[in-house]
Design a protein around this ligand. Structure first.
Ligand SMILES: *Cc1c(COP(=O)(O)O)cnc(C)c1O
Ligand SMILES: [Zn+2]
Length: 417
């Protein structure tokens, strides 16, 4: 472990634990654990300039702010997670009327989703504690990321996925050489089973909203956004704070972004908190509902949305996810599957190919503009969390089919727009 890690603190009861005392959630109440750092020591040893001048172009450039030691794995995909591009697409700027619109494209991670940030950290942790096997439940992307990051360094991985996971994601798991177990049930059933199996067989469990290291990997996206602010690409100030839009299922990514910005604030490296907007699908909106009714009590739903990566009955990181919006002056936005399909096609016109859960964030921005939550002077970062190649059947629903024609010029003339 990084010597700057002081231990853990429960997000529900505030109880603090020493580094060796707990592994997953709070033994008292099952609350999610935050990792605590010795920020004074970090601040004494590092300046923002040290980070900004880093020459490692991956999330490992933030090693002093991560809970693990350097995991090695040089020149492997483990070392390539993070440091994703930030685009400023003219087409979308014109469509939304926002001059300060940015899209952070997480589909450019090694296994093509945001989940690589978490899985690379968990694999690094697994190596530190000499875990023989890492396991996770996943709707697809977390598993693909764990399988890929594990394969990168020769770590054995076992993935539990619902049998309904999109075929491209299952293919990815299998090709990375993980043992894949398809559960005849939904993600929630796979989640519970994987936690039990980890306990019975002594595996190290990566599960989202369960393992405290996932959020520590995910927070690095906030660090990258901060670097873009520091370099002057993004304007962010007290009068007009940056707005970050991200889709939400279990609530771990949004909580990770919040943790990243909080770490930077505590270090004194970020003056003002950006506003975080969570976007959920209408049919899977347990966190948004709790947010709207101003409670931290989350009532599970029976999730139905084509955005499989954010289709969750019982969010596993709901409390932190609510706070991420509530404590930053952000909000939750709920979008329909049709809104998501339109967003896939709009992002595509800017050369960004998003899976439904990735496009949901842009759908949320469009809705926020229509509701007056975002105005033309605002600076906005939309995070595309996953690649459209992960779910081709959803992509095909977002666009009209291509015509099939006879091989003649006349036939071409008939169909060209
Ligand atoms: C996992 C995932 C999300 C949601 O992240 P949570 O931590 O579950 O809220 C969004 N988009 C994609 C593509 C994902 O894989
Ligand atoms: Zn607790």
């Amino acid at each position: 472990m990084n010597p700057n890690v002081l231990g853990y603190r429960c997000t529900l009861c505030d109880r603090a634990y020493a580094p060796g005392e707990v592994q997953y959630t709070c033994p008292q109440d099952g609350g999610n654990l935050d990792i605590l750092y010795d920020y004074v020591s970090i601040r004494t040893n590092y300046q923002p300039e040290d980070i900004l001048a880093g020459t490692e172009y991956s999330l490992w450039r933030y090693l002093p702010l991560l809970p693990v030691e350097d995991p090695g794995g040089n020149a492997t995909p483990l070392r390539a997670a993070g440091w994703t591009p930030l685009y400023s697409p003219s087409y979308l700027k014109e469509k939304t009327g926002l001059q300060g619109l940015w899209v952070k494209d997480e589909s450019r991670n090694p296994t093509a989703s945001f989940k690589d940030r978490a899985s690379s950290l968990v694999v690094a942790r697994a190596r530190e504690i000499d875990a023989q096997v890492v396991v996770t439940a996943s709707t697809g992307n977390a598993g693909a990321a764990l399988a890929g990051m594990a394969a990168a360094v020769g770590q054995k991985a076992i993935i539990f996925a619902p049998r309904s996971a999109p075929p491209a994601k299952v293919a990815q798991l299998l090709v990375y050489g993980a043992q894949v177990i398809l559960v005849d049930g939904n993600y929630d059933a796979a989640f519970d089973l994987s936690v039990q199996a980890a306990e019975v067989f002594g595996w190290y469990c990566r599960n989202t909203g369960f393992n405290p290291f996932t959020i520590e990997g995910k927070k690095t996206a906030a660090f990258e956004i901060w670097e873009a602010v520091e370099r002057g690409f993004i304007n962010h100030n007290i009068a007009r704070p940056l707005k970050v839009f991200v889709s939400v299922g279990d609530g771990n990514i949004i909580s990770g972004l919040h943790k990243g910005f909080k770490d930077l604030q505590t270090l004194g490296w970020l003056e003002h908190m950006p506003q975080i907007y969570g976007v959920q699908a209408e049919g899977s909106a347990a966190i948004a509902r709790a947010f709207f009714t101003k409670t931290e009590e989350i009532t599970p739903v029976t999730a139905h949305t084509l955005a499989d990566s954010i289709s969750v009955d019982l969010p596993r990181d709901g409390v932190r996810a609510i706070r991420a919006a509530a404590q930053t002056g952000g909000a939750y936005i709920v979008v329909s599957d049709d809104d998501i399909l339109s967003a896939i096609s709009e992002l595509g016109k800017a050369a960004i190919f998003a899976e439904p859960a990735g496009a949901a964030a842009y759908a949320g921005l469009v809705k926020a503009i229509n509701e007056g939550l975002v105005t033309p002077e605002d600076q906005v970062v939309v995070i595309n969390t996953g690649s459209g190649l992960k779910d081709i059947s959803a992509a095909m629903k977002a666009v009209p089919p291509a015509p099939v024609i006879e091989p003649t010029i006349d036939a071409v003339r008939q169909v060209i727009k």
